[in-house]
Design a binder for this molecule. Structure first.
Ligand code: HEC
Length: 111
């Protein structure tokens, strides 16, 4: 029985690896890098199952609206810092382009 569970876990891990977007363009790659540096501390899980301070971001972030997302990044919120003095507009564009490549997790697709 134990063996069967670990086989299942392996199968899930393999499926998850396949779901990763493989080919990002240059803008999206820059966005991923800036995102990891400036936003990861609150928006990326350090490991599976750990709760992040900010919501997980993907395609559907900010209602799927790029302008709303830009407003979040530029102005921040009560709990999130504003980035208008730290990031160039091109870096913000790149982050948005990257986040739009992140698939919505299957169990959250109703959001
Ligand atoms: C200090 C932690 C922190 C950092 C750093 C941070 N955020 Fe946030 N972010 C939050 C929190 C918390 C929220 C939830 C909104 C709230 O509670 O005010 C949020 C919300 C958002 C939202 C809205 C999500 C939604 O769908 O409602 C976006 C988009 C976002 N952040 C993008 C970014 C980006 C891009 C960066 C990096 C440039 C960043 N955040 C850096 C904490 C952070």
């Amino acid at each position: 029985m134990k063996n069967r569970v670990s086989t299942l876990l392996l199968a899930f891990a393999a499926a998850a690896a396949h779901a990763q977007p493989s080919a990002l363009n240059e803008t999206q790659l820059l966005g991923r890098q800036v995102f990891a540096q400036s936003c990861g501390i609150c928006h990326l899980q350090p490991s599976l199952g750990v709760k992040t301070y900010g919501p997980m971001l993907n395609k559907s972030a900010a209602g799927g609206n790029d302008e709303v997302m830009r407003a979040f990044i530029v102005n921040g919120t009560e709990r999130m810092p504003a980035f208008k003095y730290y990031l160039k507009p091109a870096e913000i564009d790149a982050i948005i382009a990257y986040v739009r490549t992140v698939p919505v997790p299957a169990n959250e697709s109703h959001k």
